[in-house]
Design a protein around this ligand. Structure first.
Ligand code: GPU
Length: 839
């Protein structure tokens, strides 16, 4: 190593120096400097976006020392590190979160005010990187926030999609997709690191050879090579110096390849290949809980996984740690099976590129990985056709065959009398066309396997992964999801947060269990009054927003009943719709009926190819169009579908909710995380015994939770008996009336065909058992309406919900992962304080 020129040695890192000070004067000066030197504008012609960018750079400058110091500390200490591999990271806007975590939100607000600017308006400018679909991607983002806050060395690895989740528009009640150009006005939060680019091989064939030491080796001769270019984003923890890295890979054509084609005169061919290579990181697959099995998706998976594992090896080399210690240096958490090819890829790197023996490589691999499963839905379980695998990843297929053979030898020893176990557990599905089962690969290659809520982990053990549980019971361990209170309380609901801090001090933000202390205020009239007032004010703001953007007047005193999540039949937005139609029918039958005024709000995207989900959106809009205008309703009901639900919009929605709809068919929602975010903001839940709802109810108390519907066991039993939804339709008069009203074309300008596919499915199949749960849901909703009238009781229930949500902080979840799987403890980052004399 060369000794750097002494003039280039950095001065010790200090936070509060002239350039990156956190006081208002320094912030203002830095902001104006950035406006001038980065945006190239004088204030008088700057746009709001220029101001946003100038502020973003001002904040970024204040992250950089912490970020570099964090990396330096980890390097010097050779810290054990979690690598969180995920095809999705749904981060949400950075600016507000960074202001909170730096502890300068209020000062920046004042600094902007002194410059005649409004911080809220600037925050609105930020386009969020929508690099995820829903819960799974957002969970990854919450976990990165908690890892930084808990000072856990970690790297998030994923794909830098050029187009994230599509932008949703609604036209004539239908979802329209538009491409998401999140990079269009510049993205100040990332730093490209082209010097750490890595090659990824694709396609071709393998050859056997004997190396100079007489060892049997395999060489993979790829069809082509794609380069992965890392783009790093600092993720600062809350009130700590730790800023961990999110490293996202962008695909670029390998230069050498261009050059060959260029030399042979095929310029257009070379450019074409470049385009094909760059396609890999072009677009996020917009499916949630569905695997489409597309070639490009498998390419995305191997691309980011290979880049990330090669990057880990480079880091070890840089720290001079021998590769034999890979599993001591890193633990690799796989977010679902999307990165499960990592098991084969690490084997390949260790054996083919680093000359290890099979046993040595397998010993390392199976001590490195842990696998989180996020769904039981069969349509989401990833399987890749053998032919496709062989075409794109011939070497990995050989390795998987070898892994499988050795694994099946163990199965044979374990179950000598049960030959069917071999085909059941095999990594290769040979029941028809042959497939690679990614969940099986993940289970065989991991030291730890978890579901995301207690029920889900139990159902995994009984069902989808039962055989693996029998064989490796100690690998299984539940990890109930959590969400970050920094974003979903402090940032999104500052008034509630302030009211809480005034009562119990500020520690709850990092130790959410401390919310318990609020219980002693549940009968305090001042606190109750303030709590109610906060909710009311936020509801009124949302009402104003809706008036301005949708031209619909809603009553802030009505019950805000909200279902915001991806649109999916198992989540049963259409059950919610059936309740609305039922209420409407009651009003039509008796216009003077007493009902609690309600505003039904929906938000969420449907996968572009999921026809039924899109029809559900159309149905909700169609019902809204009629109900919102019908004078008989007299404004007692309003129904709105709010378009383009995103993290940014979610932050406005959670604080405004009175009632949170968590009504999936029991056994289908692995955990849910929106359920937690609503409850933390003082909404009550109407929900089934599914996913984390069960644990939320246990925590908040059954008397503070609106439970309805079948249990998962009852769902299975009913299915086994032979479920006939038509019987329910015929015997339940309100259900029949609701269905008939939709079928009649009443909500579709007389068109009786429009909703027929949806109604047919319900009447004759009803896979998600809406009809079986209909009456219980209606009764429960009616009860909710009554309780809402009792303002004191409702307020009490909401306060107790907030007070008892401590368990659902992602900090708790990350601590559990650290203790049970990762064996990693905090590494504090020290930064010298500023003292003017030291300059
Ligand atoms: N989830 Br698989 C997704 O958001 N997308 C997926 O493709 C898969 C799972 C969700 C689960 O549906 C939800 O119940 C869970 O809370 C979330 O992952 C995080 O674990």
């Amino acid at each position: 190593q060369t000794v750097p020129d002494p003039r280039l040695v950095c001065p010790p890192v200090r936070v509060e120096d002239d350039r990156t000070g956190l006081n208002i004067e320094t912030l203002k000066r830095a902001f104006l400097d950035n406006l001038f030197y980065i945006q190239g504008k004088f204030p008088d012609i700057a746009t709001q976006n220029d101001y946003y960018m100038a502020l973003a750079y001002t904040v970024r400058d204040r992250l950089l020392k912490r970020w570099l110091k964090t990396a330096q500390t980890y390097t010097e200490q050779g810290s054990r590190t979690v690598c969180y591999l995920s095809a999705e990271f749904l981060l949400g806007p950075h600016l507000g979160k960074n202001l909170i975590n730096l502890g300068i939100y209020d000062d920046v607000q004042q600094a902007m005010e002194e410059l005649g600017l409004d911080l809220e308006t600037l925050l609105e400018q930020e386009e969020e990187p929508g690099l995820g679909n829903g819960g799974l991607g957002r969970l990854a983002a919450c976990y990165l926030d908690s890892m930084a806050t808990l000072e856990i060395p970690s790297i998030g690895y994923g794909i830098r999609y050029e187009y994230g989740i599509f932008e949703q528009d609604i036209r004539d009640g239908w979802q329209i997709e538009r491409s998401d150009k999140w990079l269009r006005s510049g993205y100040p939060w990332e730093v490209p690191r082209p010097e750490w680019s890595v090659p990824v091989k694709i396609g071709g064939h393998t050859e056997q050879y004997t190396d100079e030491r007489g060892r049997f080796r395999v060489r993979w001769v790829p069809h082509h090579v794609v380069m992965g270019v890392p783009h790093d984003t600092p993720l600062l923890g809350y009130q700590v110096n730790t800023a961990n890295t999110l490293r996202l890979w962008r695909a670029e054509a390998a230069e050498s390849f261009d050059f060959d084609a260029f030399n042979s005169g095929d310029y257009v061919g070379a450019v074409h290949e470049k385009m094909v290579s760059e396609n890999i990181s072009k677009v996020l697959y917009p499916n949630d809980n569905i695997s489409q099995g597309k070639e490009l998706r498998l390419l995305q998976q191997i691309f980011f996984v290979s880049c990330s594992l090669q990057d880990m090896i480079r880091i070890m080399e840089g720290q001079k740690i021998p590769l034999e210690k890979f599993h001591e240096k890193f633990v690799v958490q796989m977010n679902d099976t999307h990165p499960a090819i990592a098991v084969a890829e690490l084997m390949r790197l260790l054996i083919d590129d680093h000359c290890m023996t099979w046993d040595q490589a397998w010993g390392i691999t199976t001590r490195t990985f842990a696998y989180t499963n996020h769904t039981l839905l069969p349509e989401a379980l990833e399987r890749w056709p053998i032919a496709l695998f062989k075409k794109l990843l011939p070497r990995h297929l050989e390795l998987i065959y070898e892994i499988n053979q050795r694994f099946l030898d163990d199965v044979r020893i374990r179950y000598p009398e049960q030959p069917q176990m071999l085909s059941q557990m095999s990594i290769i599905d040979e029941s028809g066309e042959r497939y690679v089962r990614m969940a099986h690969l993940a289970c065989v290659g991991s030291m730890a396997i978890n579901g995301v809520a207690a029920l889900h982990t139990e159902l995994l053990k009984q069902g989808v992964l039962h055989d693996f549980y029998e064989m490796y019971p100690k690998k299984f361990n539940n990890k109930t999801n959590g969400v970050t209170p920094r974003r979903f309380m402090v940032l999104s609901n500052p008034r509630l947060s302030r009211a809480i801090t005034e009562r119990i001090g500020p520690n709850w933000v990092k130790h959410l269990d401390e919310l318990k202390k609020l219980e002693s205020y549940v009968d305090d009239p001042n606190f109750r009054q303030e709590f109610r007032q906060i909710k009311f004010d936020i509801k009124q703001e949302l009402a104003t927003y809706i008036q301005q953007n949708y031209g619909v007047a809603i009553n802030p005193n009505s019950l805000f009943d909200i279902q915001a999540k991806r649109i999916h039949e198992y989540k049963r937005q259409h059950l919610n719709a059936l309740y609305i139609v039922t209420l409407y029918n009651r009003i039509k039958a008796n216009p003077n009926i007493e009902i609690t005024p309600r505003t039904f709000l929906f938000g969420g995207k449907a996968a572009p190819g999921y026809y039924t989900a899109k029809l559900i959106i159309k149905l909700i809009n169609a019902i809204g169009d009629v109900v919102n205008r019908d004078p008989d309703v007299r404004d007692r009901l309003k129904v709105l579908f709010l378009k383009d639900y995103s993290v940014k919009f979610a932050q406005r929605i959670y604080p405004a909710a009175d009632l949170s709809e968590q009504i999936s068919t029991a056994g289908k929602e692995a955990s849910g995380t929106g359920n937690m975010k609503f409850a933390m903001n003082g909404a009550l839940t109407i929900g089934t015994l599914d996913g984390a709802n069960i644990e939320i109810r246990e925590e908040v108390g059954e008397e503070n939770f609106f439970l309805f519907g079948m249990t998962a066991d009852e769902v299975y039993a009913r299915k086994a008996q032979g479920y006939n939804p038509y019987d329910y339709y015929q015997s339940n008069s309100e259900l029949k009336l609701a269905i008939d009203r939709i079928a009649s074309g009443f909500f579709s300008h007389g068109d009786r065909k429009l909703f027929q596919p949806l109604l047919d499915t319900l009447m004759h199949r009803d896979d998600y058992m809406l009809f079986a749960d209909y009456q219980a849901y209606i009764d429960c909703q009616d009860y909710v309406g009554q309780v809402f009238q009792d303002v004191d009781r409702w307020t009490r229930m909401t306060i107790l919900n907030v007070a008892r949500m401590g368990k659902f902080s992602s900090d708790r979840a990350i601590r559990d992962y650290c203790e049970d799987f990762w064996k990693i403890s905090p590494v504090p980052i020290e930064i010298e304080e500023y003292s003017p004399e030291a300059i």
